[in-house]
Design a protein around this ligand. Structure first.
Ligand SMILES: Cc1cc2nc3c(=O)[nH]c(=O)nc-3n(C[C@H](O)[C@H](O)[C@H](O)COP(=O)(O)OP(=O)(O)OC[C@H]3O[C@@H](n4cnc5c(N)ncnc54)[C@H](O)[C@@H]3O)c2cc1C
Length: 413
């Protein structure tokens, strides 16, 4: 089949490879060149051991403290409140015990396949060297907050995940630079990538080498014809015909999905980061600072401090006081870190759905349109397995995972 992929972020390029594997003709449509796409600036974690939806007790515990701090880990810009209100309403409704349980099961199902799918993809393309298998750490500044997580850590162990509680001397051996840590847990099987932007770019280049075509334009309309689907772009003289269309335009997917009868509650949780020279934090592996809403990652291209959630839509300018606030909090754990100016500050747009599950499945009005967006905080982690799911959907084969929890139609039920 001739298959057009709208959006060549980390999800789109993984989908391209999965479709090329099966002999399809692939056209990647994306003007690229825009730095705010999260596939370029994320923290680089393959975080398959994270299985909690955002609307979980962990967030509710911290929410009052976070909302009182205008530069805290989670904020809504007042001017954006009217637009985000319906999303927030769905978010609160996703927080019932039953829905949280269903959410955990659905995240666990997709995350269980996430790392094997990445390993398979990287092995097939000779890119194994992009995976850093040093584990990831969770640290707490407050022991009571750690104790409140005890049952969840037990639950992760029950799922067969390796979860090692560290005593202070273990932590000192692993990460001598970290200070003021009340409790720490190591996930030895979690890992990170060399640099997310480099990896996305290498995967894109290899897809082109494998025969994919690239159209460097924005899609503005998708029209269903009887024999094929037509895509119109911002180049008025272009019209692309395809047998199938994959919509993987991240946080920008909503308007195109609407053309096919799907009112998807997709919005963006904006995230921020600062990247310092490689090695400047003195940490050997990724660290999540629990309750503080940020992480650090020793990427090949620099040490990244990133996180935060800001609801302010796709248009508002970044507020890098948030980035500075995160770096300030890091000093609690790395008091000897001589901050200085980061090499780079960045803000990007997570494509977020209130129930923290991606949208993977066919459009309501036309089965030739297939959705692959809305991966929120875990689009890097879940992109390779999403691609396997999409390749199966395209030919009507049953895929690696039951699709029901990710259905685009779940919002109208
Ligand atoms: C601060 C931060 C840290 C994060 N850390 C992690 C992490 O450690 N691990 C993890 O798994 N995830 C992480 N994420 C989330 C992850 O980055 C995203 O979920 C993921 O990058 C989404 O990928 P995507 O391909 O769906 O979307 P995008 O990266 O947004 O790509 C979408 C593409 O679609 C294109 N596009 C948009 N509109 C059109 C159109 N009309 N026509 C053609 N093309 C179009 C855009 O140009 C873009 O290239 C993080 C996110 C942030 C913000």
């Amino acid at each position: 089949m001739r298959i057009a992929i709208v959006g060549a972020g980390i999800v789109g390029v993984n989908v391209a490879h999965a479709l090329l594997d099966e002999g399809h003709q692939v056209i990647l449509i994306d003007a690229l060149g825009w730095d705010g796409r999260p596939s370029n600036g994320n923290a680089g974690w393959i975080a398959h051991t994270d299985i909690l939806p955002l609307a979980s007790p962990k967030v509710w515990r911290n929410l009052p403290r976070w909302l009182l701090d205008p530069l805290g880990p989670l904020t809504v810009r007042p001017a954006y409140l009217p637009q985000i209100a319906p999303w927030l309403m769905r978010f609160f409704l996703a927080a019932t015990p039953g829905r949280i349980e269903a959410g955990i099961e659905a995240i666990r199902a997709i995350n269980a396949q996430a790392l094997p799918a990445w390993q398979k993809r990287l092995d097939a393309l000779g890119l194994q060297h992009h995976l850093r298998e040093h584990g990831v750490l969770s640290v707490w500044r407050d022991r009571n907050a750690f104790l409140a997580e005890a049952s969840f850590l037990e639950r992760q162990r029950g799922y067969g995940m390796a979860v090692e509680t560290l005593d202070p001397s273990d932590l000192k051996t692993l990460e001598p630079a970290l200070q003021n840590v009340a409790a720490a847990v190591l996930y030895p099987d979690a890992c990170h990538v060399s640099d997310p932007a480099n990896l996305a770019s290498v995967l894109f280049d290899l897809a082109i080498q494998r025969g994919a075509e690239h159209v460097s334009e924005d899609v503005i309309a998708i029209e269903a014809g009887d024999a094929s689907v037509r895509l119109r772009t911002d180049n008025a003289s272009r019209q692309i015909q395809a047998d199938r269309v994959i919509l993987s335009a991240g946080a920008w997917s909503r308007a195109l999905a609407k053309q096919f009868g799907d009112g998807i509650p997709l919005d963006t949780e904006r995230g921020y980061n600062a990247t310092f020279a490689p090695g400047s934090l003195g940490l050997n592996r990724p660290v999540g600072y629990q309750g503080d809403g940020f992480v650090t990652t020793p990427l090949d291209t620099g040490d990244r401090v990133g996180g935060a959630v800001e609801f302010a839509g796709l248009e508002a300018a970044p507020n890098h006081r948030r980035t500075e606030a995160m770096v300030e909090k890091l000093k609690h754990f790395l008091p000897h870190f001589d901050v200085g100016q980061p090499a780079r500050r960045w803000m990007g747009f997570r494509p977020s759905i209130p129930d923290s599950l991606p949208v993977i499945g066919t459009a309501t009005r036309d089965e030739r349109i297939v959705y692959a967006f809305g991966h929120g905080h875990y689009g890097l982690t879940q992109s390779a397995v999403t691609a396997d799911m999409i390749a199966a959907i395209v030919v009507g084969r049953s895929g690696p995972i039951d699709l029901a929890p990710y259905s685009p139609q779940r919002f109208s039920r």
